[in-house]
Design a protein around this ligand. Structure first.
Ligand SMILES: [Zn+2]
Length: 428
């Protein structure tokens, strides 16, 4: 039997209420036992985690793997390698591929490709509408049967409220979460960055915070009407966080995530006209960023998701206005959470682990996010003090669009274990 013993780490498993020095014993792909000084007969591999944190495998519920259709920017295989290098054991790719994942054939293609080529677990998200065009509902039941774990038209919002209402009714009857990219396209009207002092200074068209707020407000009304499990992707504004908090206090099954760049960066931290700072939603002002951090602290925001969005160099090399939105983020997420949230004392390490494990898993219901005996043998090992420099040119991703290239980080992933196998470990 294949066994892996991860020895002597600080095991933080919020789902089991554990935070103590212990060993984790994985046998045949499942957690066999967790405890101090485990006596294991016939150990296969041993990983010495002394001085490191050992946590349930991290889940990234929002990535773009670009396959099928945009394999020059990323593939399921290369995206999974970037995930492993970032400490993620499970990832959920959004459906904005070509063709769009709006039917069971595409869902099955992704599941099968992942089974053969991915080094982490891949749980695809199906489209809400055909072609993500926002008009006709996609084949939601068939996609679920093929392995889709949620529905979303991410990259685009569902602008038509009647369509969104029907989609929520279907999501509810299929017991799937519905994830919205909250943006009113008429309000953002071709903007390139957050509307504010900086956009005026640089002469770029702005995307107002209201563009996000209006859509969140509408959707929360529809969520109340339908009872759907509704999730706001990449939340970025003060009002949106406040409205989600209000809805949750009313007892609605409403959740939201934010990204590392939205809690780590603001529009005033942008390098002028550098497309590696161009994303949707845009980097907001300090006041919005602070509201996002407060939401993470208070529990309104229950998950950190990277929105890993690879774009080939040729696309990101154009002038700012012509560049596509999005940055890669899998490899820098843990380090940014440690530096921006844990080190300054805003959240505890245990809360950080929740935001990457039980938080996303309670939305997506993947049966991950814990090291309880019998759970899948997925483990994320990270350090709170390892010093390393992020060199995007060494990334396993096919794309290089990161604003964090060259940054020296303190803390980061050390090893990634999937199904009881070490799929990545930090060299040096
Ligand atoms: Zn989006």
């Amino acid at each position: 039997m294949a066994t892996l013993l991860i020895k002597n780490g600080r095991v933080i498993d919020p789902a089991s209420g554990r935070d103590s020095i212990a060993d984790v014993w994985i046998e045949d792909g499942k957690v066999r036992a967790v405890g101090p000084d485990l006596e294991v007969s016939e150990v296969g591999e041993v990983f010495d985690a002394t001085g490191m944190v050992v946590a349930p495998g991290f889940v990234d519920m929002h990535v773009h793997l670009r396959e099928p259709g945009f394999e020059h920017a990323e593939t399921i295989e290369t995206g999974s390698r970037a995930a492993a290098a970032g400490g993620f054991t499970s990832i959920c790719p959004m459906p904005n591929t070509a063709p769009v994942n709006d039917n069971a054939t595409v869902t099955s293609y992704i599941v099968e490709k992942a089974r053969r080529h991915a080094i982490v677990n891949v749980f695809p998200i199906g489209a809400i509408t055909k072609g993500s065009a926002g008009e006709e509902l996609s084949a939601i039941g068939a996609m679920k049967a093929a392995g889709a774990v949620a529905i979303s038209d991410d990259g685009l919002p569902v602008m038509n409220a009647r369509v969104m209402r029907r989609a929520m009714e279907f999501a509810r009857s299929y017991d799937l979460p519905i994830i919205q990219h909250c943006e009113d396209l008429n309000l953002s009207a071709g903007g390139d960055m957050h509307e504010g002092v900086q956009s005026v200074r640089w002469g770029l068209r702005g995307i107002p915070a209201a563009s996000e707020d209006v859509m969140v407000a509408r959707d929360l009304v529809l969520a109340q009407l339908t009872g759907a499990r509704y999730h706001v992707a990449h939340i970025s504004t003060r009002n949106a966080v406040a409205m989600v908090e209000y809805a949750r206090r009313q007892g609605l099954p409403v959740t939201c995530e934010t990204t590392p760049h939205h809690f780590a960066l603001t529009d005033s931290a942008m390098a002028p006209y550098d497309s590696n700072y161009k994303m949707k939603p845009p980097l907001r002002s300090c006041s919005h960023r602070d509201a996002v951090v407060d939401g993470l602290v208070a529990g309104t925001i229950g998950a950190i998701a990277t929105d890993h969005a690879p774009h080939a160099g040729s696309e990101k090399m154009q002038e700012f206005e012509r560049c596509p939105f999005g940055i890669i983020g899998l490899e820098t997420a843990i380090a940014l959470a440690l530096e921006e949230l844990v080190a300054p004392g805003k959240i505890t390490l245990s809360r950080m682990v929740e935001l990457f494990t039980t938080g996303p898993d309670s939305v997506m219901r993947l049966g991950r996010g814990t090291l309880a005996p019998g759970a899948p043998g997925d483990v994320t090992v990270f350090s709170t003090d390892v010093e390393w420099v992020y060199d995007v040119n060494q990334s396993p991703s096919r794309s290089r669009n990161s604003p964090f290239h060259g940054r020296t980080f303190h803390g980061g992933p050390m090893a990634t274990v999937v199904d009881g196998e070490i799929r990545w470990r930090r060299e040096n």
